[in-house]
Design a protein around this ligand. Structure first.
Ligand SMILES: NC(=O)c1ccc[n+]([C@@H]2O[C@H](COP(=O)([O-])OP(=O)(O)OC[C@H]3O[C@@H](n4cnc5c(N)ncnc54)[C@H](O)[C@@H]3O)[C@@H](O)[C@H]2O)c1
Ligand SMILES: [Zn+2]
Ligand SMILES: [Zn+2]
Length: 386
């Protein structure tokens, strides 16, 4: 089959590799019809995620048709159209019982550090991902969700990660009615966080980035105010000026370890890898939020940092919440919002490209070319069958 193949930092190709097969009676094989590229894939692409092995296939945002099921699978049948949450999870461990699917204890030899994720290095279990014609989905009774007939497949594929992650970012901000929410990052996750902040009662939403086309997009998509941080000398002072010198009630980090905007952080965190990435946005969140405020982190980071203003967080009495999203938990509510017309996730899709062009697709998304926000890769065999 044709699949995206990682060859090393900044080098990916579409290549033939052997198709997956049922390895366990609980598996299903999905014929992929849509696979997105996520901002998290860029951390892999840039060589920042430990144990990213040459020859693996990325892709944790995909929909497809059930091609084959193992003998124990009961909730799916061949031919079902499914969306598959990016988390690999068992559904029954201590953490899954508490709906902390991203923290599942049964799907990754490194489970005490992180759960399982499709196509996201051997640090998250070594599962091959969905930027391919076919993908093996383990514990297929648990993760995949049959797509309701009235749901657009382009909306469905955004329910595998970006939309629920943005929603969980806003939810972890514990927004009270009328509060001011500042979202750092106008990528897909930040865009959905901004939209979700309104759904959860915000009175004011401000999004920060330095890429103008993304700021323009989020302004229209989420009816929010925007700030280009390149035009601002001191982010904390700027937001305080905008909020009667109080600071934001809630700050959301939807950027993570590759944050731009601070030379020392970029040098030590990204170039020299002396800490788990650039902590620029963590600084800005902690220093911009008001005393007693809330900081919600969904941006991805490496494990170790040494330059976080944790003293400021203590002295200001902040609540910090963070996690990988537990996608499945949010699906019923988000599907309801889509069906009621309150959100239309597919509006963020700017590019649709054949899987054969995966190298160009990564380059374009990584370099923010052609006003790219979200790219859907379409495998060759899926076109006729949708
Ligand atoms: N926790 C989860 O479950 C989860 C799920 C999906 C993605 N993520 C992470 O969320 C982050 C965003 O994902 P995405 O798909 O939107 O990525 P993306 O790369 O498309 O967007 C990131 C945006 O941040 C902007 N940015 C860079 N430095 C900034 C700064 N200092 N201040 C404000 N904005 C800045 C970039 O210009 C870009 O527009 C990534 O770290 C990704 O790995 C986490
Ligand atoms: Zn993702
Ligand atoms: Zn589990």
């Amino acid at each position: 089959m044709l699949a995206m193949n990682y060859r090393g930092p900044y080098r990916v190709r579409a290549e033939q590799k052997s198709a997956p097969y049922i390895e366990h009676p609980g598996d299903a094989i999905i014929r992929v019809n849509r696979a997105c590229i996520c901002g998290s894939d860029l951390h892999l692409y840039h060589g920042l995620v430990p144990d990213t092995r040459v020859g693996t296939t990325f892709g944790h945002e995909f929909t497809g048709v059930v091609e084959e099921i193992g003998s124990e699978v009961q909730n799916l049948k061949v031919g079902d159209q499914v969306l598959v949450p990016f988390n690999v999870f068992c559904g029954s461990c201590y953490f899954c019982q508490r709906e902390l699917y991203s923290n599942c204890h049964s799907v990754n030899p490194e489970a005490s550090a992180i759960g399982g994720i499709y196509g996201y290095s051997h640090s998250t279990g070594g599962y091959d991902g969905g930027q391919a014609e076919y993908v093996r989905v383990p514990m297929a009774d648990v993760g995949p969700t049959v797509i309701p007939a009235d749901l657009d497949l382009d909306d469905a594929v955004l329910l595998t990660d970006a939309s629920p992650t943005g929603y969980q970012a806003a939810e972890m901000g514990d927004i009270r009615e009328g509060e001011t929410v500042v979202v750092f990052g106008a990528g897909p996750v930040g865009i959905f966080a901004a939209k979700s902040a309104w759904l959860l009662g915000a009175g004011r939403v401000i999004v920060v980035d330095h890429v103008d086309y993304r700021l323009e997009f989020v302004k229209n998509f989420a009816q929010c105010e925007i700030v280009n941080f390149k035009e601002v000398k001191d982010m904390a002072v700027h937001i305080k000026k905008m909020t009667d010198w109080m600071g934001a009630d809630v700050c959301i980090d939807a950027v993570g370890c590759e944050a731009a905007g601070n030379f020392a952080q970029s040098l030590t965190g990204i170039k020299l890898k002396l800490q788990g990435g650039s902590a620029t946005v963590l600084h800005r969140c902690i220093n911009t939020v008001r005393k007693g405020g809330k900081v919600s982190i969904v941006g991805v980071y490496g494990p170790t940092f040494n330059a976080i203003p944790i003293g400021n967080a203590v002295n200001k009495g902040l609540t910090l919440r963070m996690n990988q999203a537990s996608v499945k938990r949010h699906l019923p509510r988000l599907i309801e919002h889509i069906q009621a017309g309150r959100i239309k996730p597919s509006e963020i899709i700017t590019h649709r490209m054949p899987l054969e062009e995966v190298a160009d697709a990564y380059h374009m998304f990584s370099s923010k070319l052609d006003n790219c926000i979200k790219t859907v890769l379409v495998p060759p065999r899926s076109i006729a069958s949708n």
